[in-house]
Every structure is written in C-alpha cells, then in structure tokens.
Ligand binder design. Sequence first.
Ligand SMILES: [Zn+2]
Length: 297
Amino acid sequence: MQKSIKIFSIVTILLAGAAGYFGYQTYLQTHAIQSLTGGLASTRADLASTTAELGRVYGELGNTRIERDGFELSYRAEKKRLDDLSFQVQNIGSMVGVLEKLQKTDPELIAKYSKIYFLNENYVPDKLALLDPQYVFKPERGLRIQSDTKQYLERLLTDAARAGVDLQIISAYRSFGEQAGLKQAYSVTYGTGANKFSADQGYSEHQLGTTVDFTTKALGAGFASFEGTPAYTWLLAHAHEYGFVLSYPKNNSYYVFEPWHWRFVSRSLAGKLHEEDKNFYDLDQRVLDTYLVSFFD
Ligand SMILES: [Zn+2]
C-alpha cells in the first residue's frame, strides 16, 4: 500500500512538474506572440505613416509638376509672343528698307523702251560720274555714266583686262541733245538708214546713263564689227556677272542686232536672263519691276 502511495506521489510530482513546465512554455510563447503582434502593429502603423508621407510627397511633387508645366506653358506662350513681335519688327524693318531702296532707285532704270515708249527728253540721271579714262576710247571726251552703275562697269573692265581681253568704252551717257546731234550726223552720212545705227530704242537707254557701247583698241570707231572680237565672246559669257545684258541680241524680234550695246539691269536680273537664256525685252514690265529693289545689290 505504502509503495503505491509513493508511486502516486512521484507521478503527481512529475505531472505537476510537467504541467508547470508546459505552462511556463505556453506563457513564454504567448508572451512572445503578443510582443511580436505588438511589434507588427507598430510596424504597420509606421508603414502606414510612411505611406501617408509618401502620398503627401507625391502629391506635392504632382503639384510641383503641374506648376512647372504651367510655368513652361506660360513661358512658351510668352516666348512665342516675343518671337512674333520681333518677327513683326524685323518685317517692318525690312519693309522700311525695301521702301527706302525703292524710293532711291529710279524706276526708269528698269523700264523697257520701244519705238512707242521713249524716255522723256528732259530726263537726266540723278547723278553721273566720269569713267576711268584708261578704259575709254579717246579719253579726252570724258565719258560719263550713272554713278551707281560705275563700279559694276569698272569691275567688268578690270576683270576683262586681267583675262587679257581688249575692251574699251566708246559711248556711255548721252543726253537728249547729244543723241539728237549724233542721229543727225548719222543721217547726213547714211540717209534714212541712220535708224539702223542710231537706235530710236537704244537712244533712251543711253540717256539713262546705265548703257554703254563697247569697242576694242584695235577696232576703235569701227565697232560695227564688234561681233567678231574675243571681247564680244567674253561679254556673252561674263557680262551678266556684273549686271549687264545685251539689249538687242542676235535674231531678236524688236530691234537690229547691236553686239556692242550693253545695258546695266542689275546683277540678279542679268543672272536670271543669262540662266534662262532670255532677253530683257522679252520679259513683261511687271516682272522686270520686281528687280528694282535689288537693282544695286
Ligand atoms: Zn548703244
């Protein structure tokens, strides 16, 4: 009996010990879970506040972007307005330049003359200048040319000389009176055939001051045979570079062929005529007039 009590007591003690141990373990585990749960909750809270903060930052960033885009838009609009304004100012500026040029350039300089349209007999170029005598046949005559045309003609003559081309001027500006006298002289010599020499058409062009008759040292006054000279060939190839065109080319339909008679019509127009193989008198006056603004460019 005593033995069975003893065993019971031992078992009870063991059971109590085990219960205590398991209880303690459970306590420990519960406590750990609780503390973990607490930590988790605080981490969640932290995360939530971080997310909220992030949201706020994103919001601000969004606003900043909107503001920036807004600034950019208004900056662009303002820039466009200034660009437009500056374009307008430039346009006005260049328009003023164009008007000034047009005002200074005599429209007669680009006019076509014919048997029915002459330059007024009282017309005198606004300014005339003496040609460098070294290029003039019989320099003592003191040939004159419209002042703004002078530089183009002298450049042509200088370059021709450099290229070894014999080229001289035998006639340039002629007043109405001089022309009338010349025609009379020709009429005396050649009778009614004088019209073929002393052009009714070329007449106005010489009175303009922008037209010259070329010859060579070798030919002198015999410039009627100018067509056969290397000078004529050189002019056909290069005169347009200096703004000169042959007023009455071979086989033209408006006047006799005058290989020596060249008129300054601006470099842009002479270049266009050369390029398109056209004659000055073939173009419509309205087309010619568009070249007046760049006449002395
Ligand atoms: Zn002439």
